[in-house]
Design a protein around this ligand. Structure first.
Ligand code: NMX
Ligand code: MLT
Length: 498
């Protein structure tokens, strides 16, 4: 009953969409040159955009059967957690030293995260499956092709590898959800031309502008009980995932290729290929790269900044739009997701200084110069991994298959022989091996996506699959508000008897 009330509330404002579109047309003129010139536009648009409330449209019909598949698992997973807590809730998971509290909580086992688990040697497993497993078992668009991210989304949400029929149904459902929201999303995108801002700031802001759509916020406001809140959380997650290519594709076009204009989704295409079209790319190999890229960047257990920020904000029962936007603000940091931008900028500086085929000695000197100037070598190191990231390895395999003679790829390969030795020689870097970001830029650049400042947006669109899937389970399992204990230095001194 309360859920029905929430749905009614969530559709009430849809009649205002015409007003929204009119405002959008009036304000869509020239993109602002910089942030300050964007401010009056934001102020002008704030009030009419409450009209976005209630546009989730396709929500509720479970056309793919995914929600029913999750629902079938919820009681069993709740029981499992209840039993764990009752029988083992007082077992010790590890000790927390003062060094860990000072050192970014590294190594503290302090949360549950169901969708993926990271092993420091082996790398990531998504619901127990390695990347190699996924490439073999998830349905693909072409024979022996890269996995479809829709299949990964099904896996993350249910724990089961989906059939080709289930993936086709989810692809169709995401397409229908995107089509149903296109009018309101387009109006928002065309009203908020934030071209002077970094693409990640644009992404985070635009997700917030969509927040009035939230079925979760409406459901909470209508008094839907806590045990049922995972359902509107799921609706928001799927609605948001469905429109992210539209939102992010428009950020790309409006920032870098304004002549392309608005690009509608092609219902015959999958989520990743549509995203490629929305950025103006048509080559089948680019579609395959996008499928791989959007699959492997989706999730990296719960402690990384974007995942943890999303979880933390969601734990206050902030809705999925607010939570995901928070995660994107974390992903925008250079030690996290923005490292993919930093890598390409750094590789270009190597090429500008040393030419197309630098020697090992020249590269070694260049890496030392980077370190001595106080900078990190982007794309290398990790807080958990202690070996080469398997996400790096699978991108390398993609390059060997599709673009073995690319100069950027050759440089990345050469650096793999040089950088770890230098980082080891510093004596302080715990993991001298490359992470996911060391490789992605040269692949994208090869297919014409050369604007490095956009790269983290691609990471963010992919990360939505993981963090929003887990958010649905956070609510389904009834996980509480997160609130770890902090210490002042004085309290720490007292604690250690100093
Ligand atoms: N280049 C230079 N110094 C490094 C590097 C690197 N790639 N990696 C670690 N260090 C330094 C680190 O700054 C620290 O120095 P100090 O004691 O002077 O503060 C020291 O080595 C020990 O750090 P670690 O314990 O090895 O690494 P930590 O867990 O603190 O940080 C990263 C992990 C990923 C932040 C770090 O390795 C780094 O800054 N890497 C480069 C940026 C990057 O590629 N980030 C992307 C990570 C993946 N992602 O997408 O999020
Ligand atoms: C990620 O994908 O989130 C990064 O590798 C960072 C991390 O796991 O800490």
């Amino acid at each position: 009953m309360a859920l029905r009330v929430a749905r009614r509330l969530a559709t009430r404002a849809s009649g205002l969409r015409a007003t929204t579109a009119a405002v959008a047309t009036a304000t869509a003129a020239a993109p602002p040159a910089d942030f300050l010139s964007a401010v009056p536009l934001l102020v002008a648009c704030t009030a009419p955009f409450s009209a976005l409330a209630g546009a989730p449209a396709a929500s509720g019909d479970d056309a793919s059967g995914l929600r029913a598949a999750i629902e079938a698992k919820v009681p069993g997973e709740r029981e499992r957690l209840k039993a764990l807590k009752a029988q083992h809730g007082n077992k010790v998971l590890g000790e927390v030293t003062l060094g860990m509290a000072i050192g970014g909580m590294r190594g503290i086992k302090g949360m549950l995260w169901e969708t993926s688990l990271l092993d420091e040697e082996e790398g990531i497993r998504f619901r127990g499956h390695t990347i190699d497993d996924l490439q073999a078992s998830l349905p693909a668009a072409t024979p022996k092709g890269e996995p479809l991210p829709e299949g990964l989304l099904w896996l993350l949400l249910t724990g089961d590898v989906p059939s080709a029929t289930q993936v086709a149904a989810l692809k169709a459902e995401l397409g229908a959800r995107a089509a149903a929201q296109e009018g309101s999303v387009r109006a928002m995108c065309e009203a908020y031309r934030l071209g002077g801002m970094h693409p990640m700031t644009q992404l985070s802001s635009r997700v917030l502008f969509l927040q009035p759509k939230s079925a979760f916020a409406a459901a909470y406001g209508a008094g839907v009980p806590k045990t049922e809140l995972w359902k509107p959380c799921y609706e928001d997650a799927l609605d948001l995932i469905a429109v992210l290519p539209m939102v992010a594709g428009d950020i790309y076009r409006s920032s870098f290729k304004p002549s392309l204009g608005w690009v509608s989704a092609d219902p015959s295409l999958d989520w990743a290929a549509n995203y490629a079209r929305m950025m103006g790319f048509k080559e089948p190999a680019m579609d395959e790269l996008m499928r791989l890229y959007l699959t492997i960047h989706s999730d990296h257990e719960g402690g990384n900044v974007s995942a943890h920020a999303t979880r933390l904000v969601g734990s206050a029962l902030s809705d999925p739009y607010l939570s995901f936007s928070a995660g994107m603000n974390g992903l925008a940091g250079p030690l996290h997701g923005l490292a993919n931008q930093e890598v390409l900028v750094w590789l270009r500086s190597v090429q500008a200084d040393l030419g197309a085929s630098p020697s090992t000695e020249q590269l070694t000197d260049f890496v030392w110069t980077t370190l001595k100037s106080g900078k990190v070598v982007p794309g290398y190191g990790h807080a958990v991994l202690r070996k080469t990231d398997p996400r790096y390895t699978c991108q390398r395999q993609f390059a060997l298959k599709h673009m073995p003679d690319d100069d950027g790829f050759k440089l990345v390969s050469k650096l793999y022989e040089v950088v770890p030795e230098v980082l080891k020689a510093t004596g302080k870097v715990k993991n001298p091996w490359p992470n996911v970001d060391a490789h992605s830029g040269v692949l994208l650049q090869h297919y014409g996506l050369r604007e490095a400042e956009y790269y983290t947006v691609l990471f963010g669109v992919s990360r939505a699959l993981g963090v929003l899937s887990q958010l649905v389970w956070d609510r389904a399992l009834g996980l509480p508000i997160e609130r770890p204990k902090s210490l002042s230095m004085a309290a720490a001194e007292k604690e250690v008897g100093q």
